[in-house]
Design a protein around this ligand. Sequence first.
Ligand code: GDP
Ligand code: MG
Length: 286
Amino acid sequence: MAPTQRHRWLTRADNRTKRRVAALRQFALDTARRAFEEEYPDLALPPVVAVIPAYLEEANLGAVLDAFPESVCGLPVAPLVVVDGGGDNTDEVARKYGAFTCVLPVNLGQGAAFRLAYDLAIGHGARYVVTLDADGQNDPAEMDRLVGPLVRDEADFVIASRQLGTDHTTDRFRRAGVELYARLLGVVTGRHLTDTSNGYRAFRAEVLADLLPHLRQDQYQTAEVVITAAAAGWRIGECPTTWHPRASGESKKGGNLFFGAQYARVIAVTWARTLRAGRSLRGPRR
Ligand SMILES: Nc1nc2c(ncn2[C@@H]2O[C@H](COP(=O)(O)OP(=O)(O)O)[C@@H](O)[C@H]2O)c(=O)[nH]1
Ligand SMILES: [Mg+2]
């Protein structure tokens, strides 16, 4: 069917809006990055950097930072908190507890915050990057378990597993979802994985540098990272960890059904994309 004049006009307007939104997002990212570079001139980060995305987490973040280990596998470690808008005092808490703090002026989503943090961590010298939640669901004292396989050169990317460890939450529906999606990702990636939605992870810096240009999701990005890393041929390991209930507040990701649907969408689009990308994924040098 030939497009009408009205249809053409509407499409153009829509594209213009998309371009405006993209420009505004880039402006927010550039603003946050510039402020970070000004706050920490000549920054040399320690070998292990633990990235914590935080959105409206002023009540929970302090306890997480308080539980931070002095070192991980004998290597110095520092937290890098990316505060994703929100307008509460999460940034003040992060600074009070001595974390490197990057503040986005508006909420762009956990995936966008992660991409910025990966780039900052790699750019300032981190060799290993850990990711964990700001809400107390992961135990910072267990970081050795994640970084150990990287240091021993047994894996390139390690995912914490509540299935192999202990799950202190009681939501049976969410638990069933964790199992179902781990199985599905097992089929998609050809790897045996038990907890692919767990955000407690550790990466070699080279892995993140390789994956970064291929990451697109602004939220629900955990599956995207796993599928892309597997397609590129990186070694993915798992380790048992403890999964706690959120210290306070509610998940920012919506109820179980919405979360499950978004997770499935991300699996489908990322799988399709990696099939198309084929050999353009660099992966490990063999
Ligand atoms: N930067 C950023 N972090 C977010 C956003 N939504 C959630 N988070 C953080 O990501 C972590 C996990 O989010 P949460 O809502 O607990 O999701 P769940 O644990 O998967 O139910 C927490 O530290 C949140 O503060 C967001 O839009 N931006
Ligand atoms: Mg959480």
